[in-house]
Structure formats: structure tokens, C-alpha cells
Design a protein around this ligand. Structure first.
Ligand code: ATP
Length: 326
């Protein structure tokens, strides 16, 4: 790819849902670009800002003291306009008028679908950096933000456990993750949950309730059931359990707190590595790809493959949870 046109100016944006570590990735992109003599521009509000021409030229100092902060300082947005070719052509126009020839998109699989179309419709080179708590992207073992999100949810579960054991109740805890059970599985295992409902495993609800009743008769008085949002609504699950067991059941939907907080050390290192790899990939002439981490190595995967539906397939972890549950 050494014959590729030399990149002189790049833009970077964050898109879709925010997550811890986006700022760290942004810092890495900006500083790596400057290190290689490339002028970096930040695009505010993701694809919305790309269409509305909301660009800011960044320098090393623009990204000082942000790597430990949650959210994204260049903001994020969801843009319906970018889903249409007309909107994307406007975005390309705005990039071209600044002579920007490379774009780095930090976001989830929806963002990469958009980036893939941008690559097909223009000569702008584009590389994606996976940043989403859902960890639902192919071509990377971990997305930036997902490990921090598990930690945040785990902290909540530990606190809920105090109440569960004191009140002697069943608690249903709904966690995020869209159609992927990554957060639910990890948090259930690390939090010692009695049960987990995953989008990938059809639950035998009657069996779960039978087990609760039988264990209750033997003296077990408290349960935590983790429900992935893609497996069902926490309120409905709690209602059904209460109806089928006769035991009082409470529900907690953790919601957006799982997106917040400072990125942990693993996410900061991951974001620093992937942000930097995205820039060097552009320099090498790569495009239409996402840079991910596979077996601790930075690897490129075509956008078309990265955005295909990924599910939690770690059956070994699921079996382990079943062995360890009380
Ligand atoms: P998260 O997983 O955190 O929600 P995401 O990147 O999947 O992140 P989306 O809202 O799905 O979040 O996508 C972000 C943006 O990407 C959308 O607002 C839209 O502008 C663009 N996008 C999503 N899907 C497409 C598509 N099929 N075609 C073109 N652009 C798209």
C-alpha cells in the first residue's frame, strides 16, 4: 500500500452512543497524527457535525487532560441525514473543501455502516475505532468502553447484593448491551448472580421459577437475576417471576449509568493503541476498515464484516456461571 496518496490532513469524530475511553482514543488519534506531521481536525457531534460543517483544528494541547474523562469532549450524535446519500455527499464536500483526505470514526456498528458507505461513494479514506459498551462488533475481542461498563454495572450489583441479602428478596437487574449479552454475562459471573438471561440463550422460564421455589424451600432467601436488555424487559421478567413463584420481586434498570465514569486502565490502554493504529493504518493507505484488538494484536477488519451482527458466544463462561451459582 506504499503507493497510496500521502495523507496530510485527517478528521476524527465520535458517533453513536458515548462510552468511556472515547476521549482517550481521540487524544491518541490527535497526538499520533501530529507526531507523523499530519494536521488533525475534530468534527463536533459526529456525522451531524460532518454534514453541518462543524470542524475544529486541533493541536496537542486540545486533548490535554481528557484521557481520564468519561463521555466525549467532541460530543456525539445520531444523524438520520447521514443515512441518506445526499447527507453523505454534503459531508464529503465539507471534508474536501478543507483538503482532508482521511477520516477516523470512533463509534459502534451503525457508525461503521455509515463509514462503509462513505468509502464506497468517495475517495476519502476511512478507518474505524470500535467504541461502544455493547461489545457487539466483529473483528475485535474488546470494544473501547465495554470493560469499564462491566465494572460500573458490577459496582451497582455489589451494592444491590447488600440490600438483597438484608431484605431477603429476588432482584432482577436489567443491564445494557442491545442484542449482545456481553455485559450481562460478565457482570453476572463477576457479581455472583444466581441467573442470567441472555439474548443468545432462550431462557426456560418455568425451570428458573421451579429452581427458585425449590431452593427457597431449602432455605435460600435471596437472588439476583441479571437480564440483558436484548433478552427481555426487567419489569416484565420481575412481574412474571413474582406471578410464578409468589415471592416478592424487585427490579432495577441500570440504564445510562453504565455508559458513564472514567475509563479504567484497560480501556485507556486499548483506546491509546487503537487510536494510534487507526492513524498509522491511514498512512499505510488502508481504508474501509476497522482496527480492533484480536489476541492482543491490533488487526484490521473490513467494515462490511465488522458491522455484521455479533453475539455473545462464550458458552464456557455460561457453563461456569451455572456451576458456580448457589
Ligand atoms: P452504539 O452501538 O453505541 O449505539 P452506533 O454507532 O451503533 O453506536 P447508531 O446510532 O446505530 O450507533 O449509529 C450512529 C450513526 O451512524 C447514526 O446516527 C447514523 O448517522 C449512522 N448510521 C447508522 N446506521 C447507518 C446506515 N445503515 N447507513 C448510514 N449511516 C448509518
Amino acid at each position: 500500500m506504499s503507493s497510496a496518496k500521502k495523507i496530510k490532513r485527517i478528521a476524527v469524530l465520535t458517533s453513536g452512543g458515548d462510552c468511556a475511553g472515547m476521549n482517550t482514543a481521540l487524544r491518541s488519534v490527535v497526538r499520533t497524527a501530529i507526531y507523523y506531521g499530519i494536521k488533525p481536525f475534530a468534527v463536533m457531534y459526529g456525522y451531524k457535525g460532518l454534514i453541518e460543517d462543524d470542524f475544529v483544528e486541533f493541536n496537542r494541547r486540545s486533548v490535554s487532560n481528557i484521557m481520564n474523562r468519561g463521555g466525549t469532549v467532541i460530543k456525539t450524535a445520531r444523524s438520520e441525514e447521514f443515512k441518506n446519500k445526499k447527507g453523505r455527499l454534503k459531508a464529503v464536500e465539507n471534508l474536501k473543501k478543507r483538503k482532508i483526505d482521511g477520516l477516523i470514526v470512533i463509534g459502534g456498528n451503525g457508525s461503521f455502516k455509515g463509514a462503509h458507505l462513505l468509502c464506497a461513494e468517495s475517495d476519502i479514506r476511512c478507518i474505524g475505532v470500535p467504541g461502544t459498551i455493547d461489545n457487539d462488533i466483529n473483528g475485535t475481542d474488546y470494544c473501547i468502553g465495554s470493560i469499564t461498563a462491566v465494572g460500573v454495572a458490577l459496582d451497582a450489583i455489589d451494592k444491590i447484593r447488600d440490600t438483597v441479602t438484608s431484605l431477603e428478596r429476588i432482584f432482577v437487574v436489567e443491564v445494557m448491551g442491545r442484542e449482545c449479552g456481553y455485559i450481562a454475562m460478565r457482570v453476572a459471573l463477576a457479581g455472583g448472580a444466581e441467573e442470567v438471561l441472555l439474548p443468545e440463550v432462550k431462557p426456560d422460564f418455568k425451570k428458573i421459577c421451579r429452581e427458585i421455589r425449590s431452593a427457597h424451600k431449602k432455605g435460600k432467601v435471596s437472588w439476583i437475576l441479571v437480564v440483558a436488555e436484548g433478552a427481555g424487559h426487567g419489569h416484565k421478567v420481575a412481574h412474571d417471576i413474582e406471578k410464578m413463584t409468589g415471592y416478592e420481586t424487585r427490579v432495577i434498570v441500570l440504564g445510562h449509568i453504565q455508559r458513564g465514569g472514567a475509563p479504567n486502565a484497560i480501556d485507556r490502554i486499548l483506546a491509546s493503541r487503537l487510536g494510534s493504529s487507526a492513524v498509522t493504518s491511514l498512512i499505510k493507505g488502508e481504508s474501509d476498515k476497522m482496527v480492533g484488538i484480536i489476541a492482543n494484536k491490533a488487526m484490521l477488519t473490513d467494515f462490511s464484516k465488522a458491522c455484521k451482527k455479533k453475539q455473545e458466544t462464550d458458552q464456557k463462561l455460561y457453563r461456569l456461571l451455572k456451576i458456580l451459582e448457589a
